[in-house]
Design a binder for this molecule. Structure first.
Ligand code: BTN
Length: 254
C-alpha cells in the first residue's frame, strides 16, 4: 500500500481469514483494494468519489458500508466472468443472515427491496489472477439527502432490519459470503446456486435491453440466467435470446 494511504489507514483488522484495511475517507475503495493481494479488503467510512457501474456516481455518505474485497481468481479469465452475477447473490445471502428477507436482484447484481435500491456492486480486475468486488450497501445513510433525484429510489438496512445492525457485522457476513462464492466458482460448482439466483429476480418483468452491438434497445421479458450465467430474454416479437453478460450494456426495468 502506498505511503499516502498508509498515513490515512485507521486500522487493519483480521476477520475470518480476511485482512480488512479501514479508512475514514477515500476517493474510492476499489482501486486501493486493486493494489492488494487476495483475501485483503478495504473499507471506508465515506467515499468522496464513489463509483457505480456504467460510469455513474455512487453516493457514499457516512453510515453505509463501502467495501472492496480482493478474491483470488486463478486460471482462465472466462471461468471468473460469472463472479459479478454471483456477488449479488452473496450479498443477499449475507443480509438474510441478519434477518432481512424479501430482497430481489435486478440484472446483473443490483439488490432491491421492491423498487428501491439497497445495494450495488462494481466488480473490477486490476491484476491478473485476482478480482475486486466493490460493494456499497445503504444502511443508516441517506443518499437522497445528497441527491434529491434518489428520493423514493433507495432504502437502507436500518429501515428493513428488525434490530440494530453494526457495520462490522455486515462486513463480516459479506466477506464470508464472498469467500463461499469464490470457492463455488473455483470448484466449478456455480450451477448449484443458479436456481436460487433465478428465484431472486422476482416475477418476470418487462424490460428494455440495450446491447453493445446494436443502437436500438430491445423490449421484452427477462427470463433469468443459465448455469453459465448467460442472460435469457424473450423479445416482444416472441424471439428468445441467450446473451453473454459482456453483450449487454444495460437492462432497464420498465
Ligand atoms: C452500482 O450499483 O452502480 C455499483 C455501486 C458500487 C459501489 C461500491 S462502494 C465500494 C466500491 N467503491 C466504489 O467506488 N464503488 C464500489
Amino acid at each position: 500500500m502506498s505511503a499516502e494511504h498508509l498515513v490515512q489507514e485507521r486500522a487493519s483488522v483480521s476477520l475470518d481469514g480476511w485482512t480488512v484495511h479501514e479508512f475514514a475517507s477515500l476517493p474510492s475503495t476499489n482501486p486501493i483494494a486493486g493494489a492488494l493481494p487476495a483475501w485483503h479488503a478495504v473499507r471506508s467510512d465515506i467515499q468522496t468519489g464513489g463509483r457505480g457501474r456504467t460510469g455513474r456516481v455512487w453516493i457514499s455518505d457516512a453510515g453505509g458500508l463501502w467495501l472492496s474485497a480482493v478474491l483470488p481468481a486463478p486460471g482462465p479469465r472466462k471461468k471468473w466472468s460469472i463472479l459479478p452475477l454471483g456477488a449479488g447473490w452473496a450479498v443477499i445471502e449475507a443480509l438474510r443472515e441478519i434477518g432481512i428477507s424479501g430482497l430481489r436482484l435486478r440484472w446483473p447484481n443490483d439488490i432491491l427491496h421492491g423498487r428501491r435500491k439497497l445495494a450495488g456492486l462494481l466488480v473490477e480486475q486490476y491484476q491478473p489472477e485476482t478480482v475486486v468486488i466493490g460493494v456499497g450497501i445503504n444502511i443508516a445513510n441517506r443518499p437522497d439527502s445528497l441527491d434529491s433525484n434518489l428520493a423514493g429510489h433507495t432504502v437502507g438496512v436500518a429501515e428493513l432490519a428488525e434490530r440494530s445492525v453494526l457495520l462490522d457485522e455486515i462486513t463480516r457476513l459479506t466477506l464470508r459470503a464472498f469467500r463461499r462464492l469464490q470457492a463455488l466458482v473455483e470448484q466449478d460448482r456455480f450451477s448449484e446456486i443458479v436456481n436460487d439466483i433465478n428465484t431472486r429476480w422476482g416475477e418476470a418483468r418487462p424490460v428494455q435491453l440495450s446491447l453493445n452491438s446494436r443502437p436500438e434497445p430491445l423490449n421484452g421479458t427477462f427470463r433469468g440466467v443459465d448455469p453459465e450465467g448467460r442472460l435469457s430474454f424473450t423479445d416482444d416479437q416472441g424471439t428468445s435470446h441467450t446473451l453473454e453478460a459482456s453483450q449487454v450494456a444495460l437492462l432497464r426495468e420498465i
